[in-house]
Structures are given as structure tokens and as C-alpha cells.
Design a protein. Structure first.
Length: 769
């Protein structure tokens, strides 16, 4: 350890080998400096952490790494400050600072830098030198002589210190560079800083060039325009404006209805009398251009070859038969009656099942232009009908914009997310859509901006919605609703094999590689990694799988791959969902298997019942909706009204006991009437002590008189039972017609019973039967 005089610096870091001036103004610092000159001793310099402090606290306010310097020259300034020229020698660690009455002293130790003679350090040095040379060329702020001197320096540590001292970075970053003793690491830090500074310098140069160019162009254009404007003002003539001449030419060539042409002629005359650069002229010109760009008479020819149209529809989508058949029906009628109006469909179903992409395929199949109009979040009527031209920034509505983009009067227009429209004080956009979607009115649709009737009757409108309950009844009435249910597991399997795997391989450059994904693996991905109505997440997981395979192709040069179920967790991570457990076969008391429909398909819904001390009441748990609670109350009343029929062993049960029914997975909301017969069975099992078969599942609404009413989602519910290992189900007799919707691969393994009344159910569900 050594001791010498110490000088604190503010916002100043000096690197070894660098000569630089320091300005000293604080009294004690001046005394310290004079002592060093008188004693011909060296100085230790250390930077303050907070430069605003006039009297720093020692040693906590000083960085513990500084430099030791030689004093070369000292000059007294007129304001009593001192300018001193110093040369830094070495990095030092400051171990302690003594504060005397008139001066500072520091205990220090000289530090040596490491890792300066490796090949990697040499490579980093060359890169830093190259980057610094580029930086100097970009900025022009550093003399080229410095570069020449740098190239002659053999000590990499010294070269890095010189470069560090010439970078325009904050003093804190300079201190960070001073504290990096590993030369290689300091080189990497310099590369990072140089890269950043070059990007900034490059952007500054671009900005300077752009501003300079724009100023020159703007000055020139302004001078010419002002001169022309002054001349025309003298002559009172605006008719020869270039933009005006273009509009006149476009108007001559345009095929327009008579009344449209007359209105534009009037508008053109007004425009010709306006100064070209006035606000009114801009509004008028924009209006004329918009009207001229609309497809008043232009149409595309429909593809009336049904076979070709069907091939296009089948090429891109699996299933969705109702929607495809409706399009083919339309084309058939169009072939017989060329003057028929456009169709108005609404595809309703959960997200991810292909509604939007199907509409694109419909446009391809019909040979028409496709335009998408997003209605999600629209709450202003003006977004549909447009703004009147009296408003600043007025523009046409979404429908007219769509027609302009299509360029024909008979496109396919997708009205996406029609159920997501809302209304506020600005009006109700759903009401504006009534005119658009009414075949009797849309031939004369009047946009507020265009202010002339426009024919939308040739347009084939297809709306999409997730929840029709959010669409107003008058709007629903104007559309032909095609309900698209969620895909079954078997349909997802087919879609993955026919479309998704092929797309994922092409997307990841694996088209020419032999990749085999067995059905069991796809089913495991469907069951444990996705839980959805459509196939969006399934596609995402298959793409992830292909990315992992692509990595193996690059690393291991393999050409053939077979994905196994056991390797899925390694490739896709842990399963996101637990597969539904196969149901036990042993009969149980108070436990009944119901069936439920969710947005991601059918599932089994277990109902558990027990008796507890009470006064003949029923309690329900499991996050149930109002309809389901009422259904349970109906079931309870039905059982109480028919005690004699079902031979209750203890007639005094309702005087001393309550029944508690629980629907597991309590965090999941449940609603609907279709669990009626399931609840009756659970109550009867608790009352009579009879055990319920666990190899059978049921669904159906029950009335207070015991009739079993029809329910929805039959296909999904039966598939859900099949997935849970149940091969026998009970459905309402009124749902016989839905049996044909059940996939054949499921139906042939299932025994399906149909019940008209609860008596039909009771004969099947109890183990003693």
C-alpha cells in the first residue's frame, strides 16, 4: 500500500496514458494541488458519484477505482481557479481517504490489467479498431491522425484506453470502462458502445440529409407554386390546374350513371372557381376522386362451374357442409337467373373454426373480389354510413371504402365480428347495418359522404359472429344464419392430417423431409395441449413441433422423423390440460354421469348427491347459473311429487334430511336445463339408496310432470362420453333426428337410448335394473 495526495473530480474520468487539462476551483482541492507541486509528488484522482456535491463525504461519495497522475503544467486563471495539465499513469484502487485541514490524502494500490495476450483478445482488438475507424468516418469529429497513431500502438490495453477516452459517452460509462481490468471484456464493452454510437451517428446523418433535401425541395416548390398562384389570381383562372385536368380526364373516361355524372359536373364547376390550395378545394377534390373511384358499373364474372367451385371449397376447408352447400346453391340459381340479388349469410360459431378463411374461399370459388370489413368495436353510426362533408376530416363509411377497395360492384364482403358492434351517444351502427343487409333497400344505399344512392344489391355479404345473442333481432332477421359447431376430436385429427401438418412443414422448410406424426400423437396434442373449439392452437402446436424438428435437421442432419407420444413433453413442454379420466365401471350411490356442451366440445358432467340433517330442502354448489338452479328445483319437485312411484324406503326423510347436490370443478360456470334427468337420478339415488351405473351417461331437460325434452349439442355430448370411455348414453326422444350428426366412427361403438319420460330413464340407470 502507498500513500499520496488525492484530488476528487467531478464528471471527469481520465484513462492511463492520456494527457488532459483539469480545472480546479474548490479551496481544499487547490491546496492539495499546490502541495503536490511543491513536494513534486504524484496525485491520485477519483471521481465523485454525485457531481453536484460541493463537499463530498469520504470515502462513500468517491468511486474506489481511479488513476494516479503526473503533474505536467499548472496555470493560475484570472478567476482564481487553477488549470492543471496531467498525464495518467496507472489504474489504482483507492483503499482509504484522509481528510486533513487543508488537503486530501489517499491510500492506494496500483492495478494491473489481465488477459491481454490471447488470440481472442487480439481478434476483439482488431474488431474494435475496425469499428472505431468506421465511427470516425461517419462522424468526422475525430482527427485521422489519431487512427494512424492507434494502428502503431502494440499495447492493446493502451489502445483501448485511448479509444475509451475519445468516445462521447457519459462519465458513468467511462468509469465502468476504467473499472474493467480484463482487457478482453473491456474490448467487448467497447464493441457494444461503438455499435450503439455508430447507429446514432448514422441516424443523425440520415436526419440531416433528409432535412436538407426537404428544405431545398420545399423552398423550390413553394416558390413555383406561389408564382403560378399569383399569375392565376391576376388572370382569375384556375381551370388549367394539373390536378383539375387529371380529374376532367378521369370524368370523361368513367362509366357513371347519369345522375352521378350530373352531380360531379356541378362539383367540378365549383372546384374550378376555387383557389387550388384552399381547404374547400381539397375537400371538393377528395370527394370527386372518391366518387370516381367507386365501381358504379364494373363487375366481375362469376364462376358458374359448380364442380370447380366445389373443388376450391373442399381444397381449403374440411367439413362446414352447410356453408359450402349454400354457396353452391347460390351459384346454381345464379346460373339460371343471372339477375338475382346477392346473398346475405351469417356464419355463427366459436373462434378458430375457420369462419373468416372460409369466406375467402367462398370468394375464390365464386371468382369474385374479397374485402374484409372489421366491425369489432364499431360504435359510431358514421363508421357505417360515413360523415357528412360539412365535417372537418369527413370520409366515407366502411361499406363504401370496401366497395372502393374491391373495384367491382359484386364482391364478397366479409362483415367480421358483427356481434361485437356496440352503441353510444353517437348512434347505433347495428341500425345502420339494417339498410345494408336488407335486399329490398340496399340497392339504394346512401352513404352520408357520397350523398348519392349506391347499389349494394349485387354484393354477396357474409357476416361472422361468435355469439348471436349479441346481435339485435331485426339484424338477425335479415341474415340467413348458418350455425357452425366446434370441431370434434376426429374432425381435428382429419384437419391436422390433411391441412395443418402439410402447412407447418412448408412453413418450416421441411417439405422434402419424411416426417411421420401418428394419429395417437395428434390425438394427444388435441387432448392435452389444446382445449378449443377450432384448430388455431392445434396449428400453433404443430408448427412448434416442426420448428423443433427443423432444429434437429440442422444439428443432426437427419432426413426421417417419427414423433412418439413419449417425446411430446420434451418437444412441446408439459401438457397444458389434464385428459378427461375414463369413468369407473363400478355402480355408486348418489353419483351420476351427465353430459354437457362447452365451446371446446362435449364433456361428461358428474353430479354428486348426499343427504345431510335438515328439513327436506335441497342445496346446490358448483358455480351454477339461474337456469340450472331452476332445473334442479324442477327435478326436486318432480321426485317429491312421485315418492310412491319410486318406493322411498324412509317416508319421513324430508322431515329430518336435506339433499346436497354438488357439480365438481366448482370454478367452471355451468348453466342450462339439459342436466334435468341427471339431477332427478342423483336425488332418487340418495333417497332410495339405489346405486347408479357408472358406464352410462345421460342428458335431457325434465319437466315437472316427468317429460324429457330436447336439448342441443348432441353430437358433441356423445363424443364427450365416448372420449371418457362411456359406451352407453340416454338422449331425449325428440333428439332422434340428431343421431345422424354423430360421426360414424363414434356411433358404431355406442348404444344410444331415447327417453320420452323419466320412467324410461329410470329403467336404464340403476344397477338393480
Amino acid at each position: 500500500m502507498s500513500k499520496t495526495l488525492f484530488l476528487p473530480t467531478r464528471d471527469l474520468v481520465i484513462f492511463p496514458g492520456i494527457v488532459t487539462p483539469i480545472y480546479v476551483g474548490r479551496v481544499k482541492s487547490i491546496n492539495t494541488l499546490e502541495s503536490a507541486v511543491n513536494s513534486k509528488s504524484k496525485l491520485v484522482l477519483g471521481m465523485q458519484k454525485d457531481p453536484s456535491k460541493e463537499n463530498p463525504d469520504f470515502p462513500e461519495d468517491i468511486y474506489n477505482i481511479g488513476v494516479i497522475v503526473n503533474i505536467l503544467q499548472i496555470v493560475k486563471m484570472p478567476n482564481n481557479n487553477i488549470k492543471v495539465l496531467v498525464e495518467a499513469e496507472d489504474r489504482v484502487t483507492i483503499d482509504g481517504i484522509e481528510v486533513g485541514e487543508t488537503e486530501y490524502k489517499a491510500t492506494y494500490k496500483i492495478l494491473k490489467c489481465t488477459n491481454g495476450k490471447t488470440k481472442e483478445t487480439e481478434a476483439v482488438y482488431r474488431k474494435v479498431l475496425s469499428y472505431f475507424e468506421k465511427y470516425v468516418g461517419l462522424t468526422g469529429k475525430i482527427s485521422s491522425e489519431l487512427l494512424v497513431n492507434l494502428k502503431g500502438i502494440k499495447d492493446i490495453n493502451n489502445a483501448f484506453d485511448i479509444i475509451s477516452s475519445n468516445l462521447p459517452v457519459k462519465s458513468e460509462i467511462r468509469q465502468e470502462l476504467l473499472e474493467i481490468f480484463d482487457i478482453k471484456e473491456r474490448g467487448y464493452k467497447l464493441l457494444e458502445l461503438l455499435t450503439n454510437e455508430m447507429e446514432i451517428a448514422s441516424l443523425e446523418k440520415k436526419i440531416d440529409d433528409k432535412v436538407k433535401t426537404k428544405m431545398n425541395e420545399a423552398q423550390k416548390a413553394y416558390y413555383i407554386k406561389e408564382k403560378i398562384s399569383a399569375m392565376k389570381e391576376e388572370l382569375g383562372d384556375y381551370s388549367q390546374d394539373d390536378d383539375m385536368l387529371d380529374l376532367v380526364e378521369k370524368l370523361k373516361k368513367a362509366k357513371l350513371p347519369k345522375e352521378v355524372k350530373q352531380k360531379l359536373d356541378v362539383e367540378m364547376k365549383k372546384l374550378s372557381k376555387m383557389p387550388p390550395f384552399s381547404a374547400e378545394a381539397t375537400v371538393s377534390r377528395n370527394y370527386i376522386e372518391t366518387v370516381l373511384d367507386l365501381p358504379w358499373e364494373k363487375t366481375t364474372k362469376d364462376i358458374l362451374d359448380l364442380k370447380k367451385a366445389n373443388e376450391i371449397l373442399e381444397r381449403d376447408h374440411y367439413g362446414l357442409k352447410d356453408a359450402k352447400n349454400r354457396v353452391l346453391d347460390y351459384l346454381s340459381v345464379k346460373k339460371l337467373n343471372p339477375n338475382m340479388k346477392g346473398g346475405i349469410l351469417c356464419l355463427a360459431g366459436p373462434p378458430g373454426i375457420g369462419k373468416t378463411s372460409l369466406v375467402k374461399s367462398i370468394a375464390d370459388a365464386m371468382g369474385r373480389k374479397f374485402v374484409r370489413v372489421s366491425l369489432g368495436g364499431v360504435r359510431d353510426e358514421a363508421e357505417i354510413r360515413g360523415h357528412r362533408r360539412t365535417y372537418i376530416g369527413s370520409m366515407p363509411g366502411k361499406l363504401i371504402k370496401a366497395m372502393k377497395d374491391a373495384g367491382t360492384k359484386n364482391p364478397v364482403i366479409l362483415l367480421d365480428e358483427i356481434d361485437k358492434m356496440s352503441n353510444d351517444y353517437k348512434g347505433d351502427p347495428a341500425s345502420a347495418m339494417l339498410e345494408v343487409l336488407d335486399p329490398e333497400q340496399n340497392s339504394h344505399f346512401e352513404d352520408h359522404y357520397v350523398d348519392m344512392p349506391f347499389d349494394l344489391s349485387k354484393v354477396f355479404f357474409v357476416a361472422t359472429a361468435n355469439d348471436l345473442r349479441n346481435v339485435s333481432p331485426p339484424l338477425r332477421d335479415r341474415m340467413e344464419i348458418i350455425n357452425i359447431s366446434s370441431y370434434t376430436e376426429f374432425e381435428k385429427l382429419h384437419i391436422a392430417k390433411k391441412y395443418l401438418i402439410k402447412q407447418a412443414k412448408e412453413e418450416n422448410g421441411l417439405k422434402d423431409y419424411d416426417i411421420h406424426i401418428p394419429d395417437s400423437v395428434i390425438m394427444k396434442i388435441i387432448d392435452e395441449y389444446t382445449r378449443e373449439a377450432g384448430v388455431r392452437n392445434l396449428k400453433r402446436e404443430i408448427i412448434t413441433l416442426c420448428r423443433k424438428i427443423a432444429r434437429e435437421v440442422v444439428e443432426q442432419k437427419k432426413k426421417k422423423f417419427t414423433i412418439k407420444s413419449s417425446s411430446l413433453e420434451k418437444l412441446l413442454g408439459k401438457p397444458k390440460f389434464r385428459p378427461e379420466k375414463a369413468k369407473e365401471k363400478q355402480p355408486k350411490q348418489g353419483v351420476v354421469n351427465g353430459l354437457a356442451w362447452t365451446s371446446v366440445g362435449g364433456v361428461t358432467l358428474e353430479v354428486q348427491g348426499v343427504s345431510i340433517p335438515g328439513k327436506g330442502e335441497i342445496s346446490l354448489t358448483g358455480t351454477l347459473g339461474n337456469v340450472m338452479k331452476e332445473s334442479a328445483q324442477v327435478a326436486f319437485t318432480y321426485v317429491k311429487a312421485n315418492l310412491d312411484k319410486y318406493k322411498l324406503e324412509n317416508p319421513e326423510f324430508f322431515e329430518k334430511k336435506n339433499i346436497h347436490l354438488h357439480f365438481p370443478e366448482g370454478a367452471t360456470p355451468k348453466d342450462g336445463p339439459s342436466a334435468g334427468i341427471t339431477i332427478v337420478t342423483a336425488i332418487l339415488s340418495v333417497l332410495t339408496g339405489r346405486q347408479v351405473r357408472q358406464d352410462i351417461a345421460m342428458t335431457g331437460e325434465v319437466t315437472i310432470t316427468g317429460d324429457v325434452l330436447a336439448i342441443g349439442g348432441v353430437k358433441e355430448k356423445v363424443i364427450g362420453a365416448h372420449r371418457a370411455g362411456i359406451r352407453e348414453v340416454i338422449l331425449p326422444d325428440d333428439n332422434r333426428m340428431d343421431e345422424s350428426d354423430i360421426p360414424s366412427e363414434v356411433a358404431k361403438t355406442m348404444t344410444i337410448h331415447f327417453a320420452k319420460t323419466y320412467d324410461d330413464v329410470e329403467k336404464l340407470v340403476f344397477a338393480d335394473k
